[in-house]
Design a protein around this ligand. Structure first.
Ligand code: ZN
Ligand code: ZN
Length: 341
């Protein structure tokens, strides 16, 4: 087998490379810069061009080689290339080919376009590793136009009532989508983590205000505040009284998720594939062997076996979905915070 599932992560012995390893290795191919996939301590990194600065921003001065999508490199006879995963900027599926065995490791992906990230492209293969963060039929995400409209209507409504609007979203990926989706003349104030992430992404910050502790916002005019989940339940928010607060996440499709986080509103905005997209993506690869990671993996693997007669199995990985640690604003595996995807 070209790929093995090891204690350190997904491994290709022939090329001696790991994909998103969670323990230090000599050579790591990184699907994307979310911190549950891009870890510190590897000797050599390979990632997509667009991931370079954000990886350096998060991991420091790492030894990194970058390549564009669809360009192949060879390591000990194994042909390796990266392909758009549509998850966040720079996110890539990793294709490895050797002796007619073709593996595609999708990392995290989404099929629906977000208007910012280069869209997902299915890649034909014999073995496909898929995530299943939202691998249940109840997850059926709305198109971005309708989500953006609801978000803008909500902001307008709040402003009419003299209220600030606080939007909560993950700093890498979600925050940029929210900013792209907002159509407003109101001042937009960014949480530091988001401001810095934008800088690392070369995302234009010139229209936005940067929060700092001595920042005095003009309380006469309603603002939009974009922050990470780290501020939830903290006094950081008090300075923006009175405000309404909303989260942008795929989990907002779950009844109860909004209530548990004391949110006024939830917008279903995900960087992962919903149920229909997962099935589309898996079938589009034409792979007969499918390995399911992240989330509802046993249920989804069973579905693939029974519905499509695929050789589908679940595999354990350490990266069990993005979530945000409230203290650091970084992603981690804290179950309580899993609502941040
Ligand atoms: Zn991710
Ligand atoms: Zn992930």
């Amino acid at each position: 087998m070209l790929i093995k599932f090891t204690k350190k992560g997904i491994y290709c012995p022939q090329a001696d490379v790991y994909i998103d390893p969670w323990m230090p290795v000599n050579y790591a191919i990184i699907t994307h810069a979310h911190s549950d996939h891009a870890r510190y301590g590897h000797k050599n990194y390979l990632a997509h061009n667009h991931s370079e600065f954000i990886l350096k921003h998060r991991l420091g001065n790492i030894a990194i080689q970058t390549i564009p999508y669809n360009q192949t490199i060879k390591i000990n006879g194994v042909t390796i290339s990266l392909h758009p995963a549509g998850h966040i900027i720079g996110s890539a599926q990793v294709r490895l080919e050797y002796n007619n065995e073709i593996w595609v490791i999708s990392g995290d992906y989404k099929v629906k376009q977000d208007g910012y990230t280069i869209p997902f492209e299915p890649v034909k293969c014999t073995h496909f590793i898929t995530e299943s963060t939202f691998g249940l039929p109840i997850y059926n995400f709305p198109e971005r136009e309708s989500v953006n409209k609801n978000m803008n209507d909500w902001v307008k409504q709040n402003a009419n009532e003299g209220l600030n609007s606080v939007l909560i979203g993950y700093a890498l990926g979600k925050a940029q989508r929210i900013l792209k989706g907002l159509e407003t003349d109101l001042p937009i104030l960014l949480h530091n983590t988001i401001y810095q992430t934008n800088e690392a992404l070369d995302f234009d910050n010139s229209k936005y205000l940067k929060f700092s502790t001595d920042y005095k916002y003009d309380s006469l005019k309603p603002h939009i505040i974009l922050a990470t989940g780290s501020v939830l339940g903290t006094s950081w928010l008090n300075r923006f009284n009175d405000y309404k607060i909303a989260m942008c996440s795929g989990w907002m499709q779950l009844r109860g998720a909004r209530r548990r986080q004391n949110l006024d509103m939830g917008f279903v905005m995900s960087d992962h594939a919903d149920w229909e997209s997962l099935n589309y993506a898996v079938l589009a690869t034409k792979a007969e062997n499918v390995y399911v990671t992240h989330g509802y993996k046993s249920i989804y693997a069973k579905w693939l076996r029974e519905q499509y007669k695929l050789n589908a199995v679940e595999v354990e990985t350490l990266f069990e979905g993005e979530s945000v640690n409230q203290n650091t604003g970084e992603s981690g595996q804290d179950d309580k915070q899993i609502l941040m995807v």
